[in-house]
Structure formats: C-alpha cells, structure tokens
Design a protein around this ligand. Sequence first.
Ligand SMILES: Cc1cc2nc3c(=O)[nH]c(=O)nc-3n(C[C@H](O)[C@H](O)[C@H](O)COP(=O)(O)OP(=O)(O)OC[C@H]3O[C@@H](n4cnc5c(N)ncnc54)[C@H](O)[C@@H]3O)c2cc1C
Ligand code: FES
Ligand code: FES
Length: 488
Amino acid sequence: MRESIQFLLNGRLETLRNLPPATTLLNYLRKVKRLTGTKEGCAEGDCGACTVVIGELNDGHVRYRAVNACILLLGMLEGRSVTTVEHLRGADGRLHPVQQALLDAHASQCGFCTPGFVMSLYALYLGDGEPRPRAGRINDVLAGNLCRCTGYGPIVRAAQSMHDLPAADTGVKESSDLVQLQAIAHRETVVLECRGRRFYSPASLEDFARLCAENPGATIVSGATDVGVWITKWHRDLASFIWTGRVSDLRAVREEGALLRIGAAAPWSDVEALIVQHFPDFGEVVRRFGSVQVRNTATIGGNIANGSPIGDAAPALIALGARVVLRKEMSRRTLPLEAFFIAYGRQDRQPGEFVEAIELPLLADPARLKCYKLSKRFDQDISAVCGAFNIDVADGTVREARICYGGMAATPKRARSVEAALKDQAWTLATVMAALPAFDHDYAPLSDVRGSASYRARAAKNLLIKYFHEMQRPLSETRLVGREAAFG
Ligand SMILES: Cc1cc2nc3c(=O)[nH]c(=O)nc-3n(C[C@H](O)[C@H](O)[C@H](O)COP(=O)(O)OP(=O)(O)OC[C@H]3O[C@@H](n4cnc5c(N)ncnc54)[C@H](O)[C@@H]3O)c2cc1C
Ligand code: FES
Ligand code: FES
C-alpha cells in the first residue's frame, strides 16, 4: 500500500503524505500553496467561487471537469490533475481566451466571483468542442457560479465569444498533463495518513470491498458533495475515509438487456446523457441536480446511500422499479430501492456493506415516466417536493401505477393508496380526481423552510393532475423551460 498521494498541480507533480485526510483542496490551495486566486465564498458547494478544473485519464485522453474545491478532499486527487486560475495565462503573458473574452465583455466588477467563472468557462472551452456554445448550454454551465454585481448578460456574451479569440498556448500544458498523468497512473491502494486518521483510495473492487469490511466505521466517500459539507459546515470529526473514485467497476455504466446498470460511483455527469436518452424526463431532473460542478463529482450511489428524504434520484428510480445492488466482501444482495429506505436516517445497509450499483428497467414507452422537481429556484436548489409517475395505460385502462415522492415523508415514499385507487380504472380526469383523497392516506408532510405541509399536500395532488394532462398533450403547454434549452 502506498503511503503518499500524487497528483499534478498546475502541471507540477505534488507528492503528499502526513496530511489530515479531511483537508479540503481549497484549504490546501490557499493556506499551503498560497494559490489565493481560488476564492472561498460559501464553503458548501453553492457559489462556485472556488471552482478549479480537475483532469482525469479517460481512454487515452484527459477529461477535464469543473469542480468545487471547497468540498473536495485532498485524497480525491490521487492520479488526477488540478488546474487553478493562476495557470491559465500563457507563457508569453497573454490572457487565456476565456479571460480575454470576460475582459472584453466587461464581465467583471468586484471580481470576487470572476476566477470561478473563468474556471467554469475554461472547462467548457476545453470540453465541449462547440465553436459557439448555445445560450442554454452556457446557462447550465454557469448555474453553479454566483455573481452578485455584474449581471449574467456580459458573462454569457463572453462565453459565446471566447472561441472567436486566438487560441493561447495552453494546449501545450494540456498535452503535458496527459504524459505526466500516464506516468503516475498505477493500480495500488493509496493511503493518506496523519495521526491515525486515514484516507484510503483503493483501485480495485476487491480491495475496496475488503477495506470496507475491515473498517466498518470508516466513512465511504464518493463525490463528497455531502461528506465535504459535513466537514466544512457541520464540523464533523471524521476519522477515516474509503474513496470509491478510483474503482472503475464502481463507475461503469452499461446496458444489460432490458436494464441500465449504473455503478454507484458514477458521477451524475457521466450518466446524464444515458438517462436523457432512456428516460428524458428524469434527464430534466438530473440537469437541475445541483450544478455542473456538483454533478461532476456527486454520484448516484451517494444520493441513495445518504438516505435523504429529499434526494432527487429516488422518486424517479422508485417509480421506474429500480433495484439497488448491495455488496459486502464477496456477497451481493439486490433489493427494490423502496425497501432500502427504512425510516428517517435508517437504510437497509449492514456495517461494511456498500452500494455497488443501481439497476433500472428500461421502459417500452419512455414518455410514460414523468418527473417534477418543485423548488424555489430552477437551478441549484433542493426540492420542496419531487414527484415521479410511471403509469401504464392500455386500452384506456390503468394496468399499473408507480408513483413516488420525495419531500412528503421521512423517506422517499410510494403513493400506494393513490396507485390502488387508479389501478384497473378508466384513465380519465374523473378517475384522477377521485383518487386525490387517497393522498391523505399516503402522506402527512411536514412544514419547513422549503414549503408548508399544506403546500406540499396540495402540490403533490396537483402534480398527478398535471401528469394526466401531460399524457394527453405536448409538454410545451405545461413546462416553462423545455428540455431543448439544454439538450436540443
Ligand atoms: C451545492 C449542492 C447542491 C446539491 N444539489 C442537490 C440536488 O439538486 N438534488 C439532490 O438530490 N442532492 C443535491 N445535493 C446533495 C448531494 O450532491 C447528493 O446527495 C449527491 O448525489 C451525493 O453524492 P456524493 O457522491 O457526493 O456522496 P458523498 O458525499 O460522497 O456521500 C454521501 C453519503 O453516501 C455514503 N456513500 C457514498 N457512496 C456510497 C456507496 N457506494 N456505498 C455506501 N455508501 C456510500 C457516504 O458515506 C455518505 O453517507 C447537493 C449538494 C450540494 C453541495
Ligand atoms: S466556496 Fe462556494 S462553492 Fe466553494
Ligand atoms: S463581479 Fe462581483 S460578485 Fe461577480
């Protein structure tokens, strides 16, 4: 087992040992390396001021993604590259086209948010290959970057013009990343240890399973978009971590016959396109899941394993009839996802056991699945209520109904009484209206900052009515923002 981590920071190799494993990348950059161009705003993944670009080997290339450094743990850098805003300027002192475009468009005032915008746009510049990104795509890319004084118009215009400027010499830096990352790639388990606290980074499923079994009290970390916030905001004292990020089997996504099997450690940005392809409306929820920075690290497994009653994946997955694959050492078990959530904060997971994958049955008629995320903001917000509907109608009669909500109970929960009220009935508005009182048997929602109990109860009922209407006519009549804004 190696006892130091290695990664590239702005093109130079860093080898670190004996550092507290709960150290965030942002603290390391600012306090140790004095790279203070990367800013701290919220320290919880919300504002994007700390955005840096992480590079990772992927099929002989380096895949670059924008991430929030404030909630990324140092151990998660093993074998990766980190680029900060200081590295963008060319060797001749010229600004990178992204920076020049922001300057030309007067897209900065106080400037505190600007390094974060630069880095989000730099990832877009490197990744998309679109000569002129569409405004909808740019809006999605910038949803995780908050600017309080400039206004987004000039920033979006800068993003649209950045490819028109002469390319800087940064291509040389990126190809040197590839060579250097290939040179430090290996398959050994790595541990970053300091005073008995450890961050394990295994590279194989067997090593990962063994470490989980041997250290049942350790915190499994995937994207750290929850775990990072426990550290920065809740000040939780976590002794040991086991990271899923280097285990390729846990990140694999594939179609197996009539199933889509998603490895628990696949980041949302890796599964988004397949979800859009097979379940377009679930894709809309994924698009609104946090921000690009959050989706670039946050995983489907973390979203389920955290047991949150307001997690956005569970309603759609349960409505689809998804199954969760759990593994402990060499043994596996599979259960319907709804059975995994036992009570608030309690899931059916044994010590040393972990979520290995999620299996989603493919639908003959993908348009049948509709998902609705109700939140105060369109982007980067947590749901007050999230409802998902999968109602099978044949010859005008409801054959089967699977309806699930988040935000309505202590766990994501199916509307079993409503489903029973619909089953075998004619699929008409009268049937839907007659089924509405059954909601009061299924749910007794709570009031909190996101919505009152009465709002939630009413909204849940209204969503079923909306589903009925959407199954009769085009979505454009009922949706403010169509999916074409992002994917069309
Ligand atoms: C700014 C921001 C915006 C967000 N927006 C949304 C949103 O729109 N919708 C939403 O639902 N959530 C949102 N979240 C919450 C979070 O991003 C998700 O829950 C995410 O999917 C968690 O995944 P992760 O990989 O980051 O989990 P981690 O933080 O790594 O882990 C979360 C929990 O799961 C456990 N865990 C992780 N992987 C496994 C595994 N394979 N087996 C067993 N246990 C495991 C961890 O021990 C921990 O208890 C947001 C978070 C932030 C910071
Ligand atoms: S400091 Fe706000 S997202 Fe990191
Ligand atoms: S320029 Fe001031 S917050 Fe964006």
